[in-house]
Design a protein around this ligand. Structure first.
Ligand SMILES: [Zn+2]
Length: 104
């Protein structure tokens, strides 16, 4: 990770609450955090601060390398599938279940 990105993440972590850019829920202190490439690298997204948004690690795994507009269309199905079929820990299950509850 380059310095700019490290600084951006440090600043964002100091602002509370921090929200997951994928599910929209707050990222709590006991939840795993990652940086989501808003435009995935495989679609030409860069490792730049402007393209990196905080997200729950589990949400980032669910979004995987989908483009944001593609993901919006199938988001609910992907979260449901993760909840039903993935072997995920209890903390992550709560994130996924809550995300589904508030999804349209
Ligand atoms: Zn999330």
């Amino acid at each position: 990770m380059n310095n700019k990105i490290t600084i951006k993440l440090k600043i964002e972590l100091s602002i509370q609450p921090l929200y997951c850019s994928i599910c929209g829920q707050p990222i709590l202190g006991n939840q795993k955090i990652s940086l989501d490439h808003y435009i995935p690298r495989c679609h030409g997204g860069k490792d730049e601060a402007a393209n990196l948004l905080p997200a729950h690690t589990i949400c980032n795994s669910i979004k995987n390398d989908m483009m944001p507009d593609q993901f919006e269309v199938v988001k609910k199905d992907l979260y449901q599938r993760a909840l039903d079929t993935w072997h995920i820990n209890r903390k992550d299950k709560i994130i996924v279940a809550n995300a589904l509850k508030y999804m349209r």
